[in-house]
Write a protein that binds this ligand. Structure first.
Ligand code: FAD
Length: 625
């Protein structure tokens, strides 16, 4: 038992968070930061911060989510900085809007960092145990979580973040093991509770590769992938990364690998009809890759060490549900792995999830007041997606407990807003993961400016530390001063030409801010022309360069954002005659008549609503007013 578990059992609190995974940690921390007396109930304290699958945080789109969690005072970015052992900025050749901060993490360091952050959180108590049921009051609102032994913790609001544990079933070949993760019992009571509440549940699946003994890999024969020389931290609070940075190995599957897998497909849980859940299209198993994408010239595999003092290696790209003997055979057909020893076999896992259309955009369940859901339970996949939802659900649970209005992030505010809008509006047919292409306002929703977008809101909500607020205010003041200096310094085209700066000879003076926006103009050149600008520190200068480059596009995007915000807030008259709107499909007409949405935002979330149908509704509102 842990030190935490020995604290007296709390019989009541404001917010209970169930599950100490990535969603649960952010939810519990956000609720406590928002001032709620919070209890986090999880199976085991020592699995807080556990990474069920790949030892990495961030990536394309996902890195944005981590930056946003951090900007809102969350934990994941700080833990990733403390655990990160191979920082890389993905997509660096493209524009900063789609750069994807990522780090491979030392599992133990990440877990220790997250456990430390949870331990330090004021107003948060951790209890070890299995929540088996929920208890409702006479009005149907949630009032307590119930343990298998009948004990209860009463609360005003609760957040369920049970991950892959709800009705979890592991598959390895034809072997099936009820589990939430390998070696951990599933959560069996709560699926029944959620069905009893009338919620629509579905079944999804995901998978993980075997873990390998790094001492049996022939590293010398392999290519390697280097970390960035200048690791960029996730957290706006981290000054620099202190951990040693490591290389990964790179190898490829071979025709022999593919033949072994193809010959044994009937023994794969996935292809023998034993798995009913749908898996993530963008993170397919190796069986899926061979069947769907064929041999190609082999599939690339990254061999990622799981820690600085750990010989375990995660072969990224080889998730599988084949039996152990087949895993062993196909692994040994891969260059560098001829003598590899498996430490733990790969497996697939099926679990229950709730249809996220049951939720509103504060992540509250409509049918059960006081109940919030976050993470894999909502049909997403990934630590970052889970953490981001956890933060929103925890914050809103605390606000509900404190009688405050919920906080909703829109599509124009944050990737978090995009994800929650997608989930609650259209639901999921496969595990949902974030991509930059999902964000229509990605020019302004960048990873580099997450603090400028979200920290002021978090400061207003009182969910960031004094240190973060002060850091942000200093950085913002430095940026605004730098921008003013850059805008004040200017050149004619002729003067620019004399300094070797190529601009159109159109007679227009250009400010240093405008010149900085041109990628061909090197900052050093500007400094020789305007020596006073050298007073701007490097970090602020780099930020100004990105902001200047995007400034030109942002005006147009801002107008689009304003239009969306205005339209979303527009009320729909209660007596709007949907039958008289030409061009609406019968299906949508009936849904609108049955639901009678009070606002465009609400209409937008109706399952199957299209932008074209919404435009017809908007036109009808304008005509009726
Ligand atoms: P989890 O991290 O699963 O945490 C759930 C927590 O809730 C656990 O601590 C559990 O002990 C606790 N809990 C559950 N029920 C109860 C209860 N009734 N009472 C008390 N505590 C409870 N993501 C990817 O992005 N790519 C992948 O390839 C990928 N592969 C995966 C493969 C496997 C085998 C697994 C298991 C997961 C995989 N994931 C993958 C998903 C990733 O691990 C999850 O998206 C992420 O961990 C979800 O976070 P979460 O907080 O929702 O849940």
């Amino acid at each position: 038992m842990t030190e935490r578990a020995q604290t007296p059992f709390p019989s009541a609190c404001d917010v209970v968070v169930v599950g100490g995974g990535h969603a649960g940690c952010e939810a519990a921390s956000a609720a406590a930061r928002a001032g709620a007396a919070t209890v986090l109930v999880t199976h085991r304290f020592d699995t807080i911060g556990a990474m069920s699958c790949n030892p990495a945080i961030g990536g394309i789109g996902k890195g944005h989510l981590v930056r946003e969690i951090d900007a809102l005072g969350g934990l994941m970015g700080i833990a990733a900085d403390r655990g990160g052992i191979q920082f890389r900025m993905l997509n660096r050749r493209k524009g900063p809007a789609v750069w994807g901060p990522r780090t491979q993490a030392d599992r133990k360091l990440y877990r220790a960092a997250m456990q430390g952050l949870i331990r330090e959180t004021e107003g948060l108590t951790v209890v070890e145990g299995d929540v088996f049921d929920l208890s409702l009051d006479a009005s149907g609102a949630v009032r307590a979580v119930v343990f298998a032994d009948g004990r209860e913790i009463a609360c005003r609001a609760m957040v369920l973040t049970t991950g892959t544990f709800l009705g979890g079933l592991i598959h390895i070949g034809d072997r099936q093991i009820p589990a939430g993760r390998m070696g951990e019992d599933p959560s069996l009571g709560l699926s029944g509770t959620l069905k009893r509440l009338g919620l629509s549940l579905g079944r999804l699946k995901t998978g993980t590769p075997a873990r390998l003994d790094g001492r049996t890999i022939d590293w010398a024969s392999l290519d390697s992938q280097k970390p960035d020389e200048d690791p960029v931290p996730f957290s706006f609070l981290t000054e620099r990364i202190d951990n040693p940075q490591i290389d990964c190995g790179i190898t490829r599957t071979t025709p022999e690998t593919h033949a072994i897998i193809r010959d044994n497909l009937s023994r794969s849980a996935l292809y023998s009809g034993k798995i009913e859940g749908v898996g993530p299209r963008y993170c397919p198993s190796i069986e899926d890759k061979i069947v769907k994408f064929g041999d190609r010239d082999g599939h690339q595999i990254f061999l990622e060490p799981e820690g600085l003092d750990d010989d375990t290696v995660y072969p990224n790209g080889l998730s599988t549900s084949l039996p152990e003997d087949v895993q062993d055979a196909f692994l040994r057909s891969i260059p560098g792995l001829e003598k590899v020893q498996i430490l733990k076999p790969g497996y697939a896992i099926e679990y229950d999830h709730v249809d996220p259309r049951e939720l509103d955009r504060s992540l509250a369940v409509r049918k059960a007041p006081g109940l919030f859901l976050a993470g894999q339970i909502n049909g997403t996949t990934g630590y970052e997606e889970a953490g981001a939802q956890g933060l929103v659900a925890g914050l809103n649970a605390a606000r509900l407990a404190g009688w405050s209005e919920p906080v909703v992030l829109g599509r124009a505010d944050a990737y978090i807003g995009v994800m929650i809008d997608d989930l609650t509006r259209t639901g999921v047919t496969e595990p949902y993961r974030m991509f930059t292409s999902r964000a229509e306002f990605r020019l302004s929703l960048r990873a580099d400016n997450a603090d400028r977008r979200l920290t002021p809101l978090a400061m207003d909500l009182g969910i960031v530390s004094g240190e973060r607020a002060a850091r942000f205010s200093q950085g913002e003041a430095a940026f605004l001063a730098a921008r003013a200096a850059l805008e004040a310094a200017s050149l004619t085209p002729a003067e620019a030409g004399r300094h070797g700066i190529a601009v159109n000879q159109d007679g227009r003076r250009r400010s240093a801010w405008q010149l900085l926006a041109q990628s061909a103009v090197e900052p050093d050149r500007l400094l020789t022309v305007f020596p006073d600008l050298a007073a701007i520190d490097d970090k602020t200068f780099a930020r100004a360069r990105i902001e200047a480059a995007y400034d030109v596009y942002l005006d147009r995007q801002k107008k689009d954002q304003e239009r969306l915000r205005k339209d979303e807030g527009r009320a729909i008259p209660g007596d709007l005659d949907y039958a008289a709107i030409p061009g609406l499909s019968n299906e949508l007409r009936h849904k609108l008549m049955a639901r009678r949405p009070g606002s465009v935002a609400e209409a937008e979330r109706i399952d199957g609503m299209t932008p074209a149908a919404l435009a017809l509704v908007l036109l009808a509102i304008r005509r009726s007013s």
